[in-house]
Design a protein around this ligand. Structure first.
Ligand SMILES: Cc1cc2nc3c(=O)[nH]c(=O)nc-3n(C[C@H](O)[C@H](O)[C@H](O)COP(=O)(O)O)c2cc1C
Length: 471
């Protein structure tokens, strides 16, 4: 069998091509022909680092909605409903403890890890569980990697593969102007789309069968035109298996703004995300930035977003956001746990975790932190938080802390279902008739634009784990 035929056979099996369909090779793409009249497209890719050629098993949207039962192509993720709603990767926030709480509240939300730097994984091979292990119940879960060296990302992805994440994501959105070890990472990578393509191909090679995605901004500093964003997406998707992009709809300002200010000062431009949806019908786009309710999530989905990702709202108001996800976004109306039941289950997890990694690691304080937003805006919330502060001085277990403090929370709060979100503000109100970015026309638009990332890199080497934090 020649190599092309072999490749097509492997692809057919990876994509679970429906009976009656076949794969057709063309110069730059592989098409699925004739499957009940629907056509999907995959993209041929090559990995410049090792010269390996491969094909990404991407299916067009038509294929994903299969008799109302959506599925996700490839990987363990195909066992779950698709990431219509996801919780953003957040350093120091979306740790195992928060994700355990989030999963108790929502069965279907996709959960992202905090960013784990490739170097950390590669240097901590004897200690990988600390960085990569998660309770089985946390599926569907996505590992976010940080890095910009394809070989290191390949190795990290190989080491992570046995943990069976449902997807691996590369951070191209962290607004850092610092050099992390031997290279740049985060948003400055948007200035090097070819390198990102190499990184993504390497990650995919390290974890065969696991979908790979990119999380990025809409631009960086003055490199913020729609054409440049278009070129980034087009280059990365055509040189790697990446077919799904999570777009934080504001640009990153690499110098002079803290990471926290970079999440609020650059204006949100959802129209860039919708323009990508218009211009790349075979790719998937998840919209991120400033979304606070599940109604807004549905609004974006109805306008063509493949998914919507929430960060701060999902962390600060977990009950109001995650509590509505299963019913409002996924249409799953099976009764969910009350907050009393959630806390009962969380305590079991938390006290089993206590001091697992040495003295006070994690301590009661770490384990209680994700709970602090659980009663947001409810009667008794302020009194409870003050009681928690007091109790943290002496409580030796999470069970003891909750026993001591929950007495101030009324029963109806502990036992009530999530609030129904009323009068949701439209996420798109300010877009009026949706003036999308002008249609991308040609690569000539880039002539004269010098993509020189070195001007964004200063000489300081900083511990990369700090760079995305809330400081
Ligand atoms: C405390 C904190 C830490 C974050 N860390 C990361 C990170 O490690 N990787 C990343 O891609 N984005 C990170 N982000 C950005 C979020 O993933 C998200 O893109 C951003 O908060 C915008 O979404 P939101 O408006 O829904 O919060 C972080 C955000 C916060 C608040």
């Amino acid at each position: 069998m020649n190599s092309q035929a072999l490749l097509l056979r492997r692809l057919s099996s990876a994509m679970a091509v429906p009976s009656g369909a076949s794969l057709v090779w063309s110069s730059s793409s592989v098409r699925i022909a004739e499957a009940g009249g629907r056509i999907g497209v995959g993209v041929a890719w090559s990995r410049p680092v090792s010269g390996v050629r491969g094909v990404h098993a991407s299916v067009g949207r038509e294929f994903e909605e299969n008799g109302g039962v959506p599925s996700v192509s490839g990987g363990k993720g195909s066992e779950y409903l698709p990431p219509r709603f996801s919780v953003a990767p957040m350093m120091d926030w979306t740790d195992n403890h928060y994700r355990t709480l989030a999963r108790l509240i929502s069965k279907h939300a996709w959960l992202y890890t905090e960013m784990v730097v490739a170097d950390t994984i590669n240097h901590q091979q004897d200690n990988l569980d600390k960085f990569l292990k998660f309770p089985e119940a946390q599926h569907p879960i996505v590992l976010q990697l940080g890095g910009s060296n394809p070989e290191k990302l390949l190795k990290a992805s190989q080491l992570a593969s046995s943990y069976e994440y449902d997807e691996i994501n590369l951070n191209c959105g962290c607004p850092s102007d610092k050099v992390a070890g031997h290279g740049n990472f985060g948003a400055s990578l948007m200035l090097e789309p070819e390198l990102v393509g190499e990184c993504m191909a390497a990650i995919a090679e390290g974890s065969p069968g696991t979908p790979v995605t990119v999380k990025c901004r809409i631009g960086v500093d003055n490199f913020d035109s729609y054409d440049l964003l278009h070129k980034f997406v087009s280059t990365v998707s055509s040189t790697s298996p990446t077919q799904h992009f999570i777009i934080h709809a504001r640009k990153a300002i690499l110098k002079g703004l803290s990471p926290a200010a970079n999440r609020s000062i650059p204006p949100l431009k959802y129209e860039f995300v919708y323009a990508l949806i218009r211009d790349f019908p075979n790719l998937k786009f998840t919209l991120n930035g400033g979304v606070v309710s599940t109604h807004q999530v549905n609004e974006a989905l109805h306008r063509g977003a493949f998914g919507v990702m929430l960060g701060r709202a999902a962390y600060n108001y977990p009950w109001g956001t995650l509590g509505n996800v299963d019913s409002v976004v996924y249409g799953d109306t099976t009764p969910r746990l009350t907050r009393r039941q959630i806390l009962e289950k969380y305590v079991e997890y938390a006290d089993a975790e206590l001091h697992k990694y040495g003295h006070k690691k994690p301590g009661v304080r770490h384990l209680v932190k994700p709970l602090l937003g659980l009663f947001h805006a409810e009667s008794g919330a302020g009194v409870w938080r003050r009681a928690v502060d007091d109790s943290l001085r002496s409580a030796e277990t999470v069970h003891a802390l909750l026993k001591e403090t929950l007495t101030v929370v009324p029963d109806f709060v502990l036992d009530s279902p999530p609030p129904i979100e009323t009068s949701p503000d439209s996420l798109l109100a300010n877009l009026g008739p949706l003036p999308l970015a002008p249609l991308y026309s040609s690569f000539e638009a880039f002539q004269g634009v010098e993509l020189n990332s070195s001007q964004f890199l200063d000489s300081k080497v900083q511990e990369s784990m700090n760079l995305c934090s809330s400081s």
